[in-house]
Design a protein around this ligand. Structure first.
Ligand code: C2E
Ligand code: MG
Ligand code: MG
Ligand code: MG
Length: 285
């Protein structure tokens, strides 16, 4: 029992835990091991220019193949990593891997490609995030404007001056700041002024039904208009059909992402997409 380990040790397990708490605990331990054993990987989903269909970059998305449970969604394990404090180390690995991947694309001759990385609030608050990003770019020899950091609205409700300074420092380094899942968070748009945000990603929940729902279309239209008048780039996420892609293009949306072009795929398959080889991806998720 925990008592045997003495006063200074803390206990992960107690008898009052229910089944789902135990599962979370087990999964968190598995995640710790997976990180140590290199069982996590990054997949890449193309970001496309709607006018031309040209690939302009990719979003890096974490994948975890659990030895027993198979693929586990980041929507499930990122929250665990955040609670267990593992997200700081994991996030750093994501950042460095995605940046060196982007450098490889450039070396292959595709130096117009940018890479987008999702950032957790905890990652930003702890550690020296600004230095971490600059060091990773510096080590790879990649310019700041090849990196997009995807932040959530709730993250930007933080009024700490340190966050402001961190993001300002990154902007001065050329790094692009995007608001992920735009429209699903709090509707306090003050943060758009407080932070030098460059890009809005319209949440999939609005995008996926614009061809069926007049209301969703109106919301998307309004977001696009607002983005344009604030000089923000706009990316629509979750585009699954040609019809939705075309409608967004007509509404003036410049960029998009979604299963219509490709699911997130392994680095090799992403290169095939860029090269426009028509092979079936070997694995997509
Ligand atoms: P997100 O950043 O909003 O990423 C977009 C999600 O939508 C991805 O799910 C992607 O696979 C999915 N998606 C893209 N196009 C379509 C589409 O056309 N239809 C549908 N139905 N889905 C589409 P995924 O990969 O499961 O990631 C879920 C979330 O997990 C991400 O949402 C992000 O919040 C988080 N996440 C993933 N990787 C990382 C990471 O490295 N760090 C952090 N902090 N969070 C991550
Ligand atoms: Mg994202
Ligand atoms: Mg998103
Ligand atoms: Mg999302």
């Amino acid at each position: 029992s925990c008592k045997d380990k003495g006063r200074n040790s803390y206990c992960f397990y107690n008898q009052n835990m229910n089944q789902s708490e135990l599962e979370v605990l087990q999964l968190t331990q598995d995640l710790r091991q997976a990180m140590a054993a290199d069982q996590l990987s990054l997949y890449y989903q193309p970001k496309v220019e709607l006018q031309t269909g040209k690939i302009i970059g990719a979003e890096a998305l974490l994948r975890w193949q659990h030895p027993q449970r198979g693929w586990i969604s980041p929507a499930d394990f990122i929250p665990l990593a955040e609670r267990a404090g593992l997200i700081v180390e994991l996030g750093r690995w994501v950042l460095e891997s995605a940046i060196s991947q982007c450098k490889r694309w450039h070396e292959l001759g595709y130096n117009h490609l940018s890479v987008s990385v999702n950032v957790s609030a905890i990652q930003l608050r702890r550690g020296n995030f600004e230095q971490q990003v600059k060091a990773a770019l510096g080590n790879a020899g990649l310019a700041g404007n090849c990196l997009v950091l995807e932040l959530t609205e709730s993250l930007l409700l933080d009024v700490q001056p340190s966050l402001q300074l961190c993001l300002q420092g990154l902007r001065e380094h050329g790094v692009i700041l995007a608001i992920d899942d735009f429209g699903t968070g709090y509707c306090n748009l003050g943060y758009l002024q407080r932070f030098d945000v460059n890009m809005l990603k319209i949440d999939r929940s609005f995008v996926s039904k614009i061809n069926k729902s007049k209301q969703d279309e109106a919301i998307v239209r309004a977001i696009i208009q607002m983005a344009h008048s604030l000089n923000l780039e706009i990316v629509a996420e979750g585009i699954e059909t040609a019809e939705v892609a075309e409608q967004l293009r007509r509404l003036g949306c410049e960029k998009g992402q979604g299963f219509y072009w490709s699911r997130p795929c392994a680095p090799m398959d992403f290169i095939d997409l860029v090269l426009n080889r028509k092979s079936e991806p070997s694995s997509t998720l």
